[in-house]
Write a protein that binds this ligand. Structure first.
Ligand SMILES: C[S@@+](CC[C@H](N)C(=O)[O-])C[C@H]1O[C@@H](n2cnc3c(N)ncnc32)[C@H](O)[C@@H]1O
Length: 330
């Protein structure tokens, strides 16, 4: 598990994850992968997609014609940035969960009145530090403090400043949690944001054909992203996955209102991880990700159960995606 390591860009940004942190993260990846292969049905957290290569592949997914969520959320944020900034008020600070390449926050920073501080949190440390350094070049007076951490764990953040503390959780990453995990995450976020607010992007239930295309792109980038979990295990854990022996599978599970991503064994095979061997049957899958879809009401009800009070919600003309302003409890 990564502890929250904060890097102060004011003091220079050559600090990477410490070797001790990297060892801990590798150990956690290895034990979770071994557990996933030992227990049926096989399933592992999607957080393991995201090493530097996984983050780059995710950026490529965001550019795909089939992948509507990124461009739709960007258009919503761009259209309503002024209104969102008014909700924040002057000298607000942003805590971004799963910040990735820090692209969306720029729309908020450009509209905000004297943004006080920006704390992007991400588990993909190298990618985060590089993205934060690039942001700092474009916003030299902004206090940028990247936090390399797992946001499902206890977060060590500095005390809020004088303005509103606003959580930012875009990309419908909330949908990667099970409903119970989402509630747990939101309850923790409510503590971190106490008295402030959460700006949350959530993908909406829609035509399954549109969803299917978004996770099965013609260029195979999503397949490469999915397979990166095994490639990463080979790189970091000296596992022996042969990538050609696994197929990317993504489909809409309508009763559970989620896209499921799996890696399906194309044949009967053995794989080795951490000195242990596992057998996979032909057609047996490793479940790598869920992307739950919401209605505006179901998302608001979930947030309310975690203690938030629903504020304004913004959508696009085709109602593909939603961005919610949620007041955190005091
Ligand atoms: C779906 S991407 C979204 C990226 C960006 N926020 C966007 O909207 O385009 C999820 C991001 O969350 C990060 N992430 C996933 N699980 C995480 C965890 N448990 N703790 C911290 N970051 C995590 C990934 O590294 C990745 O950058």
């Amino acid at each position: 598990m990564l502890t929250g390591t904060m890097l102060n860009l004011e003091a220079g940004f050559d600090t990477r994850d410490s070797p001790a942190q990297a060892r801990t993260a590798r150990g956690e990846f290895e034990s979770d992968l071994i557990r996933a292969l030992a227990v049926k049905p096989h399933a592992i957290s999607p957080k393991y997609f995201y090493d530097a290569q996984g983050s780059r592949l995710f950026d490529s997914i965001c550019e795909l014609p089939e992948y509507y969520p990124t461009r739709t959320e960007l258009s919503i944020l761009s259209t309503h940035a002024g209104e969102i900034a008014r909700q924040m008020g002057p000298r607000a600070e942003i805590v971004e969960f799963g910040a990735g390449s820090l692209r969306k926050v720029r729309l908020l920073l450009d509209a905000m009145q004297e943004p006080a501080r920006y704390l992007p949190i991400d588990i993909s440390g190298e990618h985060l530090v590089d993205a934060a350094a690039a942001l700092k070049v474009d916003y030299p007076s902004l206090d940028v403090r990247p936090v390399v951490a797992d946001y499902t764990q206890r977060l060590l953040l500095p005390a809020p400043g004088a303005g509103c503390r606003v959580g930012f959780f875009p990309g419908s990453t909330i949908g990667n949690f099970t409903p119970e995990e989402a509630l747990h995450f939101l309850r923790n976020a409510a503590q971190v944001l106490r008295g402030g607010a959460l700006l949350l992007g959530a993908d909406l239930i829609k035509d399954p054909a549109v969803l299917h295309a978004a996770y099965n792109d013609a260029q195979g980038v999503t397949a490469a992203f999915n397979l990166n979990l095994l490639a990463r295990a080979n790189r970091e854990l000296h596992a022996d996955f042969e990538l050609g022996r696994f197929a990317h599978s993504a489909f809409y599970n309508a009763p559970l209102q989620r896209i499921e991503m799996h890696l399906v064994s194309r044949r009967r095979q053995q794989v080795a991880v951490g000195g242990e061997r596992f057998e996979l049957a032909e057609g047996e899958s490793i479940h790598t990700e869920n992307s739950h879809k919401f209605t505006i009401d179901s998302l608001r009800a979930l947030a309310q159960r975690a203690g938030f009070t629903a504020g304004p919600v913004w959508t696009d003309p085709n109602q593909l995606f939603s961005v919610h302003w949620l007041h955190a409890p005091r």
